[in-house]
Design a protein around this ligand. Structure first.
Ligand code: F3S
Length: 418
């Protein structure tokens, strides 16, 4: 592997032990995966934030690295924690967990990382540009960065992402190369796929089909992703919500890190060599089996979870609109980044949701929260990723369906068909 003079200096410890440790991780990964060089990264998204996943050993690892002088060299954002960092008491989070969770975020912050605590860093300012190399962890964020933004990242783990943040470098293998970004499967979609929850069901179906592959979708009717999709462009924002849901599900039932949509995602619009004639073709003519597989046999719902991946402002507006002036029977959590919550607060939407009895949970994620201690039994969600992980990670039975069905479940405490 060819290393620059700076890379060699970092590896030799000339810039301190913390950077040396980071460079050792990057170079070792590069050698394992056959990289011929390192590249600079424009930003990093670090996972491994919930104390429930890290435990004392993981927290000690971070403390040690920080004590060695670890500081990030590029803009770096943080994945969700196991709770709302401010309103954890209202969630019912036990105090000992909250203390450790705060300490974990404080250690990351001491390294210069922004405590964004979200899986949608691209909604709060960490927006890589087309073709830019980054080092992101969190599967749903990785697939969004690669597919919707056209940036380049492998599925980093927490330590390798942190090492990239501390050195500013990553190994140039896998999805950093043109060749590895070509499609492995052509997916012809002939059934109706319209709302985000239907894109989630499609992603669940196709992720299981392609595993670690790269699907190239044909037949999806969405506007082309463009820079002009600002917050006032409702059709554009709806499209981004659909792509967010699609990617999260592909990365949950499979290990997809990149997908293309003909005429929609940036590389599919720019390159004509993405999908070779000989790749396997599959047709999706119904979402029925996927929807059925994501639904458990449960009628009473005591928690509704929306915002997986973390809700966009548009999604919060929909929830607020559906609950305004009503009272819910089950608990309802809409998980969001702190930045999006603050915008929704100013617009009065947080108040609408809270007045109905719901919570707008910033910073956190149900899958990495200490849910076993909160006594919930069954949740309803419009996220295929949440529906995939909640049974095994949070011990909950699941109902999956549209946003409207989830809001109806919150209002009645019972699941009714979509
Ligand atoms: Fe985000 Fe947690 Fe869902 S990290 S994508 S809210 S499982």
């Amino acid at each position: 592997m060819i290393l620059s003079a700076d890379d060699r200096a970092m590896l030799a410890g000339e810039m301190g032990p913390a950077i040396q440790r980071g460079m050792e991780i990057i170079v070792t990964l590069g050698r394992i995966y056959g990289a011929d060089r390192l590249v600079s990264v424009g930003s990093v998204q670090v996972a491994g934030v919930s104390y429930r996943n890290l435990g004392e050993a993981g927290l000690e690892f971070l403390r040690e690295w920080a004590a060695q002088g670890a500081r990030v060299r590029v803009p770096t954002t943080l994945n969700p924690a196991g709770m709302d960092l401010r309103a954890w008491r209202e969630m019912g989070i036990p105090e000992p967990f909250a203390r450790k969770q705060h300490e974990t975020v404080d250690v990351y912050t001491s390294m210069g990382i922004q405590p964004t605590c979200t899986c949608t860093p691209y909604l709060v300012g960490n927006v890589p540009s087309l073709g830019e190399s980054v080092a992101w962890s969190e599967s749903s964020a990785v697939v969004y960065a690669n597919s919707v933004l056209g940036a380049r990242t492998n599925r980093e783990g927490g330590p390798s992402a942190l090492a990239a943040a501390i050195t500013g470098r990553t190994a140039a293998y896998g999805l950093h190369t043109d060749k590895a970004r070509r499609a492995t499967h052509r997916i012809r979609v002939t059934c109706r796929v319209k709302a985000p929850w239907e894109y989630a069901a499609l992603g669940y179906h196709v992720g299981a089909l392609v595993g670690q592959g790269i699907p190239f979708f044909e037949g999806l009717r969405l506007p082309a992703v463009s820079d002009s999709m600002d917050a006032k462009d409702d059709n554009g924002q709806r499209s981004l919500d659909c792509l967010k849901a699609l990617g999260a599900a592909l990365a949950a039932s499979g290990a997809v890190a990149l997908y293309h949509v003909a005429g929609v995602t940036p590389e599919a619009r720019m390159r004509d060599d993405l999908c070779a004639e000989h790749v396997p073709i599959a047709t999706v003519d119904t979402l029925g089996p996927a929807i059925e597989a994501l639904n458990g046999p449960v009628d009473r719902v005591d928690l509704v979870v929306l915002g997986c991946p973390h809700a966009s402002l548009r999604e919060l507006a929909q929830v607020a609109g559906g609950l305004r002036g009503k009272l819910i029977q089950s608990d309802l959590w809409v998980t969001v980044s702190r930045g999006v919550r603050e915008q929704a607060e100013r617009l009065g939407w947080v108040n609408d949701i809270e007045a109905a009895g719901g919570k707008v949970v910033a910073d956190g994620c149900v899958v990495v929260a200490p849910m076993q201690e909160l006594c919930y039994k069954a949740l309803a969600t419009n996220s295929a990723k949440m529906a995939t992980y909640a049974p095994s990670h949070a011990g909950l039975q699941v109902r999956f369906g549209s946003l409207e069905a989830c809001l109806r479940a919150a209002l009645s405490g019972r699941w009714e068909p979509n």
